[in-house]
Design a protein around this ligand. Structure first.
Ligand code: AMP
Length: 477
């Protein structure tokens, strides 16, 4: 199956070929012809499946073919998406895929000044990508004309509902013309998603790619049972001993993300935190540094990391397990994007056992347990790594070796299940060898460098001087 066989314009086929895509992914093969035929679409797909191109490519084509010359350039397609990062990524993709077409793409999201976005909208926009809150702000300020939107995409709809965007989505829907094509992309189908789909979609084509657990199958997963206090030492050790170059670390709270990033820095590991309290500039910079492998560890909260497209990410660490089991699947999906594979390591403390059980239920498999390396070694590595001075505040707490601190804090209950190597002997699932063979680390390092190099901006223009075609506007089935 080729992209041109899907009915895409030569300009779009050229753009995806220039990106190095050789064949459509299953979600693209399933949705592109349906969208081009004007059908509504309900797509079950998560990030990593190529879902962005699955809706962006046919929308760019529709926009090109339905252009009327002389008309004011107001949005005719709207993509709603939960996070700023995802919005920015979709816009980047749309600009790249549309580089040989004359489609204007604009992205708007909160957390940054609204005025430049108002100016940009004034200059004209065909495809608008937005987070719901900022879209409503712009509409209330009279900066947005949504009366010509003929196509609506709800991307990561399940995530938008999780984040409480349903009322905002309802308000946006009221601003749109009734006659339009609708697409809903969601990784999971809760009752709420089904209800939304029923209200929104008319006779949709349903495309479901690889069940939500399929990604997990391509990822090498393992877990360490480790007391809370030992997690940072273990993480520093894994990064150092495995010569990890790029690891995305999930924490539960913004504060926890900040603290861990600092602790890793203190252990000599270049790290940055990314979460909702950071300014957009700081988030963009941290992500850029991480993608360029200028920092090793990006410590993120669930929401901030949602939808980040970091190619061939070799390692994901659940520093804390997520409360929602499906989030585990999303998280580890980061390492297995577009055919690449990776490792997902979870650091599980005694308090997190119930969460682990829920996750394993969803996965329908047990995650292999790896024995924790010797803590004195870990602590020494983490605390005195490459001469990096320890923070004064920590020295106060560290007058005893970490191993002692951990074992005295842990108490006997914790020791049974969470002490070093205690699991194998307590009859739990068997212990695997240390995380990875050296050769694989080396391979991954090479891959990381290669992908870092290949990640340079393509230098494409956004929109172009291509004469527009008019094939008569949006079609409906
Ligand atoms: P997405 O699921 O949209 O976040 O896409 C995940 C990654 O897959 C992105 O880095 C895309 O650039 C990449 N991708 C999308 N479509 C293809 C394709 N047909 N072949 C190879 N890579 C692709």
């Amino acid at each position: 199956m080729s992209f041109s066989a899907l009915g895409l314009l030569p300009e779009l086929v050229r753009a995806v070929e220039e990106k190095g895509y050789t064949a459509p992914t299953p979600i693209q093969a399933g949705t592109i012809p349906a969208i081009l035929a004007g059908r509504d679409v309900l797509a079950g797909a998560q990030t990593g499946t190529g879902k962005t191109a699955a809706f962006v490519l046919p929308i760019l084509q529709q926009l090109t073919q339905s252009r009327t010359s002389g008309a004011r350039v107001v949005p005719r397609a709207l993509v709603l998406t939960p996070t700023r990062e995802l919005a920015a990524q979709i816009a980047d993709n749309a600009t790249g895929y549309g580089r040989h077409l004359a489609v204007r793409t604009t992205v708007v999201f909160g957390g940054v000044s609204i005025n430049p976005q108002i100016d940009q909208l004034r200059r004209g926009c065909d495809l608008l990508i937005a987070t719901p809150g900022r879209l409503l702000d712009l509409s209330e300020q009279g900066a947005l004309d949504l009366s010509r939107v003929r196509c609506l995409v709800l991307d990561e709809a399940d995530r938008m509902l999780d984040m409480g965007f349903l009322p905002a989505i309802r308000r946006v829907l009221k601003l749109l013309p009734a006659e339009r094509q609708n697409m809903l992309f969601s990784a999971t189908y809760s009752q709420d998603i089904r209800a939304l789909a029923q209200r929104l979609l008319h006779d949709p084509v349903t495309v479901e790619v690889a069940s939500r657990n399929a990604t997990a199958e391509r990822v090498t997963q393992c877990l360490y049972r480790v007391p809370k206090e030992g997690k940072r030492h273990l993480l520093a050790h894994l990064i150092n001993a495995g010569a990890w170059q790029q690891v995305l670390v999930f924490t539960r709270t913004k504060h926890g993300a900040n603290r861990l990033a600092k602790q890793l820095e203190d252990a000599g590991i270049a790290a940055a935190a990314i979460h909702g309290n950071k300014s957009q500039n700081a988030r963009t910079r941290a992500l850029a540094d991480f993608k360029a492998v200028r920092i090793t560890a990006l410590v993120a909260t669930e929401v901030a990391a949602r939808g980040l497209d970091i190619k061939e990410l070799p390692h994901v660490v659940n520093y804390e397990l997520p409360n929602v089991p499906e989030d585990y699947v999303h998280r580890i999906g980061r390492t297995a994007r577009a055919g690449a594979s990776g490792t997902a390591v979870s650091l599980v403390s005694a308090e997190e056992e119930p969460l682990l059980r829920d996750i394993e239920k969803v996965l329908k498999q047990a995650i292999p347990v790896v024995s924790v390396p010797e803590f004195p070694l870990l602590a020494a590595l983490a605390d005195s790594n490459s001469g990096t001075p320890q923070r004064a505040s920590e020295r106060t707490h560290s007058s005893r070796p970490s191993a002692q601190r951990q074992s005295s804090r842990r108490g006997s209950g914790g020791r049974d299940r969470h002490a070093n190597g205690g699991h194998g002997s307590s009859g739990q699932r068997r212990v695997e060898p240390e995380v990875r063979p050296a050769q694989t680390v080396e391979q991954r390092r090479t891959e990381t460098h290669r992908s870092a190099g290949s990640r340079r901006p393509a230098g494409g223009r956004s929109g172009g001087a291509e004469p527009s075609r008019n094939a008569g506007g949006w079609r409906r089935a």
